[in-house]
Ligand binder design. Structure first.
Ligand code: NAG
Ligand code: NAG
Ligand code: NAG
Ligand code: NAG
Ligand code: NAG
Ligand code: NAG
Ligand code: NAG
Ligand code: NAG
Ligand code: NAG
Ligand code: NAG
Length: 543
């Protein structure tokens, strides 16, 4: 197939993106034709290619067949690309729906995107982001359609697709498609994902070290079966507390203020953002109403029973015989509300579906009342090899792989307390101090960031198109990874941006350089200094 597209190589010089284009003869004219032919000429084992079509930059693609629960009915594509859609059988009774988006302005790089929750949904917005940056990009449906877990029922192969096989397969197949279309081998291979996508990135580093050179894995849903167990503790806790036992929403601002009064200055700045929630030992008892004040008529204090509930929300979870299950929800302002919203209406849907359909194969299983025995069963069973807790990353390290992980320090879904726990687990398992882990594994704590994005902190770090402030590698986790792999320059910090009202058009509110673990961010601007000035912060080694 006579493919000779324009190939671009982006290099990063002095933090500035420089584009070097190499134009191969006959480039642009044949791109559309080659794309149209691709579906007929591709030959991939176990695959059925549905179509290949040229998509012009600016096109608003619609996905009428996509499951409605994915909430992704359309996507604007920012670059000329060749779109390929196919089904790949991964076993006789399961398979993945996947797409490859092959940009005209190819940089030579390959990238796989990840998924979220227990879906079931190609993240088209991530494909558009990275294809627009010149990566030959793939995305898959993780082995089933939609955000629910029904497809797991009596089908361990669908569970295996979810646990590891979807990403591995779409990567192997995506590299074949890339080779076939461009008639050229990719230069470097990357991964970008968050939440379940973060777990998928760690799974690749643990079990498929050859799939990627650089992995960017955020807010990872690792220790997965125990994560689901932990998520499942909130609903019965809130339900059993009853309306009287959970602080009423009128008191939430007072709770936030109390958290800030107790912990905001630990990092030196009264900015409403807690840099290191691990250092915050919050006493909800400080909020207990004094005698003479009727709690039912006060928004500034709570009952002792409510204080006990708050304390439980922020406690580590242990199982039978003292088994450690999962670390506590990180403390911080603005977290009571999302906890209540996410966990009070009924059992957390991911927990309920995972235990019913993947763990117990019993749609009527009472997941409101999961027991420590259930948690232990799920962990030991490790359906789909989902636990994702292997501490030895030496195969990935030895082949030159690099891992960047980040975790918002105000994440109500995957508590950020899990990320230092895993980091220290790797440190022990590999017998490496952080100075040695720095050579291939860097973990950035993003203060004031919720689950994979948004929040009061400087949260725009380029992990998604929606959180893009800059392509400068010092401000973008993805281009930071490209620079690390291709130029050997590792990120010391990742500078995030906070825009006014989170709207770039309204200008920058402040920037902050987020430190890599185990460094922590400390304000050093002195009394009267400006915490919005990024230079007034310093990454300090924890002693
Ligand atoms: C593919 O590239 C090789 C050189 O790398 C070239 O010899 C060959 O003709 C190309 N094939 C097609 C179909 O363009
Ligand atoms: C894309 O098309 C859909 C309708 O098919 C429309 O609702 C949506 O607003 C469009 N998006 C953009 C950015 O134009
Ligand atoms: C998922 O939906 C696609 C259409 O978007 C369909 O081709 C595929 O068969 C579905 N897969 C499953 C497992 O239902
Ligand atoms: C390809 O890249 C060049 C250089 O960055 C840019 O000017 C052009 O708009 C891009 N074209 C497409 C279709 O993305
Ligand atoms: C194709 O499917 C068969 C049967 O499920 C499987 O054994 C084989 O490994 C698959 N091939 C690839 C390349 O995945
Ligand atoms: C769409 O997803 C939902 C939630 O997972 C599921 O219940 C439904 O069956 C799916 N619909 C189709 C057509 O696959
Ligand atoms: C607080 O909860 C009550 C119901 O208990 C609801 O009517 C009200 O809208 C809530 N207020 C806020 C600010 O969420
Ligand atoms: C609640 O407090 C307000 C003002 O402090 C007071 O006017 C009102 O009577 C109180 N209501 C009850 C039921 O105590
Ligand atoms: C707890 O210990 C008892 C006695 O050793 C044992 O029978 C039981 O299986 C353990 N439970 C779990 C969940 O490990
Ligand atoms: C910043 O942190 C480094 C490393 O911990 C330390 O050596 C240095 O003194 C700190 N600088 C300031 C201004 O506090």
């Amino acid at each position: 197939m006579p493919v000779s597209p324009m190939v671009q190589f982006r290099t990063f010089v002095g933090g500035v993106v420089v584009i070097v284009s190499t134009l191969f003869p006959g480039a642009d004219a044949s791109f559309e034709q080659n794309c149209a032919q691709l579906s007929r000429t591709l030959s991939i084992e176990n695959a059925t290619v549905w179509f290949s079509e040229f998509v012009a930059a600016g096109t608003n693609l619609t996905f009428p067949d996509n499951n409605a629960t994915c909430l992704r009915p359309n996507q604007v594509v920012s670059a000329d690309l060749c779109r390929v859609a196919l089904y790949v059988a991964t076993s006789p009774r399961s398979g993945i729906s996947m797409e490859a988006w092959l940009p005209r302005n190819w940089t030579g790089r390959f990238l796989s995107t990840g998924n979220g929750g227990i879906s079931g949904c190609i993240q088209y917005e991530d494909m558009a982001y990275t294809a627009g940056l010149g990566f030959s990009t793939v995305g898959a449906n993780n082995g089933h359609n939609g955000t629910g877990g029904h497809a797991f029922l009596y089908n361990p192969d669908v569970v295996a697709d979810y646990g590891w096989r979807s990403i591995h397969t779409n990567t192997v197949v995506g590299k074949q498609i890339t080779q076939a279309f461009y008639n050229q081998t990719y230069t470097k291979s990357y991964y970008l994902g968050c939440s379940t996508g973060g777990r998928q990135g760690f799974k690749s580093a643990q079990a498929f070290p050859d799939d990627f050179d650089g992995i960017v894995a955020g807010s990872p849903a690792i220790r997965f079966n125990y994560l689901d167990a932990w998520s499942g503790t909130f609903y019965p806790l809130i339900r059993d507390a009853g309306p009287a036992g959970f602080p009423p929403n009128t008191t939430w601002p007072a709770i936030d203020n109390s958290i800030l009064n107790q912990c905001d200055m630990i990092d030196g700045a009264g900015d409403g953002i807690i840099e290191d929630p691990d250092l915050c030992i919050f006493r909800p008892e400080a909020l207990i109403c004094g005698s003479g004040v009727s709690p039912s008529n006060s928004s500034s204090c709570i009952t002792s029973q409510q204080a006990a509930t708050v304390r439980k929300l922020f406690s580590d979870v242990y199982g039978a015989n003292g088994t450690f299950i999962y670390p506590h929800m990180q403390i911080g302002p603005g977290i009571i509300e999302p906890i209540y919203e996410a966990y009070s209406p009924g059992q957390f849907p991911y927990t309920a579906d995972w235990f019913k359909y993947a763990v117990f194969n019993d749609p009527s299983y009472d997941t409101d009342a999961l027991t420590p025995q259930d948690w232990a069963y799920a962990w030991d069973q490790n359906a789909g090899d989902t636990n994702t807790w292997q501490g030895d990353l030496s195969a990935f390290q030895n082949k030159g792989g690099k891992l960047i992980t980040y975790h918002g320090q105000a994440d109500p879904e995957v508590s950020s307390t899990i990320s230092p726990l895993y980091y220290d687990h790797v440190s022990r398992a590999m017998n490496l101090p952080s100075t040695a882990l720095d050579n291939f594994y860097r973990f950035f704590r993003i203060s004031g960031m919720g689950h994979c994005g948004t929040g009061p902190g400087a949260t725009f770090i380029g992990n998604t198109a929606a959180a893009l402030a800059s392509l400068d590698p010092s401000e973008n986790v993805l281009t930071a990874m490209v620079r690390w792999i291709e130029e050997g320059v590792a990120p010391e910090t990742i500078t995030g941006t906070k825009f006014v009202n989170d709207t770039p058009a309204l200008g920058v509110a402040f920037k902050r350089a987020h430190c890599r673990y185990p460094f922590r961010n400390v304000y050093v601007g002195g009394v009267g200094g400006d915490w919005k000035n990024a230079r007034n912060w310093n990454c300090t080694q924890v002693v």
